[in-house]
Design a protein around this ligand. Structure first.
Ligand code: NAG
Length: 582
């Protein structure tokens, strides 16, 4: 226990203090040491299958003043593994071509390099937080001719006392042979540059890709859909409510027939059941609480990313998201707890625990499984036991207490049922209806339009996540997020209306699932993306891809489901508040 608290302080310290050292104010004196960090190596087509640089028997340079980088939790989780290259680079001091170390070849090393070159391995480095990529060797035309690049030629652009650009050219390919040692060389040339420090990440962004016409077009398209749907929903609202308003007014002579029909069957018939608590209230309210929290985290993270240009800091987006997630525990507790109380549930502690750990358990379960595979592969993606303990500590000591605060608040502030209609003692039988009015069918159909409004954005998000493109158009993401929420609400209101009109009062789960089914389509789309848009292969990369995609889809589904449920419950309360019960 005490250990764990210790660990927690430590983690918070790690979270708060980013590394100290020159590279964190990014200002250099002349001749000051510039650190070249070696990060990972891995196959070009499997961007998540990465290994520590020294997994390949590369040699390191002679300088040894900096040993290891203190990483943030986001970096630890994303498999950033920085090792000091030992290469002597000093600010504004050119270095002529010289050798920095020698690889003593033998059969084992030869096999390692041969495998890496055949599989298009490349390595990644960081200099002053700027990423640099280089390929290990050249893929042979005939299998027995394997070449390794032995020379790294750095051209570093500086502006005043800051580094603004790094170009790397790999040269001098040498045929590898188990009996011939290989000398590695480097060369540094400093070039004055006009690039502003604030703009130095611009060359990594790909405006031609992200601001493509298709992207704008898709936003426009989704926007039109929103207008159409909002129109549809307001029409339904007007139609259902018109008669009731007419009844209150004096001239009560609108077509009697239509009014009678409305009273004979349709949604008004189920007023005594519509507020009957759904089945599995603990699970239901926990999902809603978690959904609120995910929506909050998504919104906050996107806004912070827009304001803070987070893409320039390794791992900081993930660190931010974890922080926001831990801090928004009360949101989860408040909405989940108050809903559970309104549903008349008594086991509120059980509900709170389920609610707090629903998402952490899903994430933890997936990460743990993938971790076992990644330990087997010795990948740099392996999450260390220390990081895992830290995450468990955050859950137990931060998320649970914050959830408790939220739950207590929620139960006291909005725990009283405030439904416009009383619930009958005996449930009304649900009449036979057409197959397409069954809740399961409605739920599946409900996801089509929300998915339609986001799938092009999904392509951009997937591509940036799975293929080393830096996602920076968070403004687009925010727009799509808002559009998704509006579309989801509108579609489920329509679904709920049809369901209630078929005199089926099980609208709570149906509306939740109608929104959540968006994620099913996203997951199916991720299969298409995997097979047709990427060249990933191998057990590790495949399980990593489908595991985290499943997780992403589940989180998205919970969020959309919550949005739908909340939207429809406002709608249901609104229409039933006009029903006169005799
Ligand atoms: C790096 O490469 C780009 C594109 O080839 C070039 O425009 C730029 O001047 C180079 N920068 C340095 C510092 O050599």
């Amino acid at each position: 226990m005490r250990n764990c608290i210790h660990l927690k302080t430590l983690i918070i310290a790690v979270l708060l203090t980013f590394t100290n050292g020159d590279e964190h104010d990014h200002i250099y004196q002349d001749d000051e040491q510039v650190v070249l960090w070696m990060n990972t190596v891995g196959p070009y087509y499997n961007q998540q299958e990465t290994y520590i640089y020294t997994t390949l028997p590369f040699c390191l340079g002679p300088v040894s003043s900096v040993l290891h980088h203190h990483e943030t939790i986001g970096e630890a989780l994303q498999g950033v593994e920085l090792t000091f290259s030992g290469i002597d680079i000093d600010f504004k001091k050119d270095a002529a071509k010289q050798s920095y170390c020698e690889i003593k070849m033998d059969e084992v090393k030869y096999q390692a390099f041969a495998y890496a070159i055949k599989n298009n391995y490349w390595y990644q480095m960081y200099m002053d937080d700027l990423p640099i990529w280089g390929s290990v060797g050249e893929k042979p035309k005939s299998e027995d001719e394997l070449f390794i690049y032995t020379h790294k030629n750095f051209q570093i652009g500086y502006n005043g006392n800051r580094i603004v650009e790094v170009n790397l050219t790999t040269e001098d390919k040498v045929k590898i042979d188990p009996a011939v040692d290989i000398k590695l060389h480097y060369e540094v040339k400093w070039v004055p540059s006009q690039i502003k420090f604030a703009d130095r990440f611009d060359k990594y962004l790909e405006p031609n890709f992200f601001q493509h016409r298709i992207h704008w077009f898709s936003i426009f398209n989704s926007f039109m859909m929103v207008i159409f749907l909002v129109g549809l929903v307001s029409m339904i609202l007007m139609r259902t409510l018109r008669k009731d308003y007419a009844r209150y007014s004096k001239e009560d002579d609108i077509d009697e027939m239509e009014r009678d029909l409305g009273d004979e069957y349709g949604w008004k018939q189920v007023h005594g059941d519509v507020f009957r608590p759904p089945s599995y209230p603990i699970l239901f309210s926990s999902l809603i609480g978690t959904g609120y929290q995910i929506a909050f985290v998504a919104l906050c993270t996107i806004v912070i990313a827009i304001v803070g240009e987070l893409y320039t800091e390794r791992g900081s987006l993930l660190t931010t998201a974890i922080f926001v997630f831990a801090a928004t525990g009360p949101v989860n507790g408040y909405f989940g707890g108050s809903l559970y109380s309104r549903l008349g549930g008594k086991l509120w502690i059980k509900q709170m625990v389920v609610s707090s750990f629903l998402l952490p358990a899903l994430v933890g379960g997936t990460a743990f499984t993938i971790n076992i595979i990644s330990i087997y592969y010795h990948s740099a993606r392996t999450i260390h036991i220390f990081t895992m303990l830290a995450v468990v500590c955050i859950c137990v000591f931060v998320i649970l207490p914050l959830n408790l605060v939220g739950t207590v608040l929620g139960r006291n502030l909005s725990g009283q049922p405030n439904y416009p209609c009383r619930v009958n003692a005996v449930p009304r039988p649900i009449p036979e209806k057409k197959w397409f009015m069954e809740p399961a069918i409605i739920a599946i159909i409900g996801g089509v339009l929300p998915f339609g409004s986001i799938f092009i954005e999904m392509y951009f998000i997937f591509t940036s996540f799975w293929a080393y493109k830096i996602y920076y158009v968070y403004g687009f993401m925010l727009l799509v997020f808002i559009i998704l929420i509006i579309v989801t609400i509108c579609v489920t209101i329509v679904c709920t209306y049809f369901l209630l009109n078929a005199e089926d009062y099980r609208w709570q789960w149906t509306s939740f699932l109608a929104g959540a089914s968006t994620a099913v389509y996203v997951y199916v789309y991720s299969f298409y993306y995997f097979f047709f848009k990427t060249k990933m292969y191998g057990m590790f990369q495949t399980s990593f891809y489908f595991g985290y995609m499943a997780l992403f889809s589940m989180a998205l589904g919970t969020m959309c489901g919550t949005v739908s449920y909340v939207g429809s419950s406002v709608f249901v309360k609104k229409i039933y508040s006009t029903v006169k019960i005799d």
